[in-house]
Design a protein around this ligand. Structure first.
Ligand SMILES: NC(=O)c1ccc[n+]([C@@H]2O[C@H](COP(=O)([O-])OP(=O)(O)OC[C@H]3O[C@@H](n4cnc5c(N)ncnc54)[C@H](OP(=O)(O)O)[C@@H]3O)[C@@H](O)[C@H]2O)c1
Length: 277
């Protein structure tokens, strides 16, 4: 029996991907912070789908966490053939306005844990004739965003790492994909972004379920870079051909609203707070 391991599976995009995978009959190992949302997610999936769901509550910013996750799978015979590195968070505001410790924590979760988990699971994944790694980056990876400098850097790291690892694994059964969503309405940061950007923010915003459907389908098709939504895709392509100086000035102008708006992205958005179209 094989399993799909998803980090950050208790809310937002990770939770939606867990439901999407379950709907395709994939057994699940869900990893997130040790709180009720994780266990409720697992229970809800078990209620709706006939798949096996196991969960591990763990803080992935702790250095030993990737090894602990791997050992948990080994000791329980969870044969992982799909690894989805989704857990991550971001913040915004002038670089020097946010606490340094928060940036270090962001690097720990967004990059350190992702590298650690990939390192632990890759040899086993290579034993499968077909296996997948899906790393969750962001549309922001390819267009550095002023006022989200560290977050955008962590996502650029994931993007570059994923493309490079994919080539290293070309002659194995492991396909590495990188997911680059635009804004997704998952947590209070997204809600504040929506409010601060007005109509333009709403045009790009997607719901986690839409992103998850596209992400899992494209991952299974072994797509290299997955950018959900036509508009985010066109924006990424357009900005790629724009001269860097012009692009950066444009992005600074658009994202100036974040300058004095230090927002830390976290989970826990109440359903009632999500505006509907
Ligand atoms: N939302 C967007 O607009 C957007 C756009 C592009 C890319 N992304 C990326 O997509 C991924 C998911 O984002 P999201 O918006 O869905 O996030 P989210 O709703 O805030 O969910 C984050 C998930 O990660 C878990 N998590 C947080 N800190 C953790 C830690 N230290 N150890 C273990 N698990 C931890 C959370 O668990 P708890 O619920 O217990 O806190 C939760 O399950 C992130 O990598 C993000 O950068 C998001």
């Amino acid at each position: 029996m094989t399993y799909t391991l998803i980090t950050g599976a208790s809310s937002g995009i990770g939770r939606a991907m867990a439901f999407e995978c379950a709907s395709r009959g994939m057994n699940l190992c869900l990893v997130a912070l040790d709180d009720l949302a994780l266990y409720e997610t697992a229970q809800e999936i078990r209620r709706q789908y006939s798949v096996e769901v196991h969960c591990l509550g763990i803080d992935l910013t702790v250095e030993s966490a990737p090894v602990e996750v791997y050992l948990w799978c080994r000791e329980n015979d969870f044969d992982v053939d799909v690894l989805i590195n989704n857990a991550g968070f971001g913040n915004s505001g002038l670089f020097e306005h946010n606490p340094l410790q928060e940036y270090y924590q962001m690097l720990e979760l967004n990059n350190h844990a992702l590298i650690g988990l990939t390192y632990q699971f890759l040899p086993d994944l290579k034993n499968h004739t077909s296996a997948h790694i899906l790393n969750v980056s962001s549309m922001e990876a390819t267009l550095p965003l002023p006022y989200k400098a560290v977050y955008t850097g962590t996502k650029n790291f994931i993007y570059a790492f994923s493309l490079a690892l994919r080539e290293e694994a070309r002659n194995t059964g492991v396909a590495v994909s990188v997911l680059c969503p635009g804004p997704v309405l998952t947590n209070p940061e997204g809600l504040q972004r929506l409010r601060s950007q007005g109509k333009s923010g709403k045009i790009l915003m997607m719901m986690p379920e839409e992103v998850a459907k596209i992400a899992i389908k494209s991952m299974l098709k072994k797509r290299r870079v997955i950018i959900p939504g036509v508009l985010p895709y066109l924006i990424v392509k357009l900005l790629k051909v724009m001269p860097t100086s012009l692009k950066m000035r444009l992005l600074e102008r658009i994202f100036r609203v974040y300058r004095n708006l230090p927002i830390t992205q976290s989970s826990g958005l109440k359903k009632s707070e999500i505006p509907h179209n």
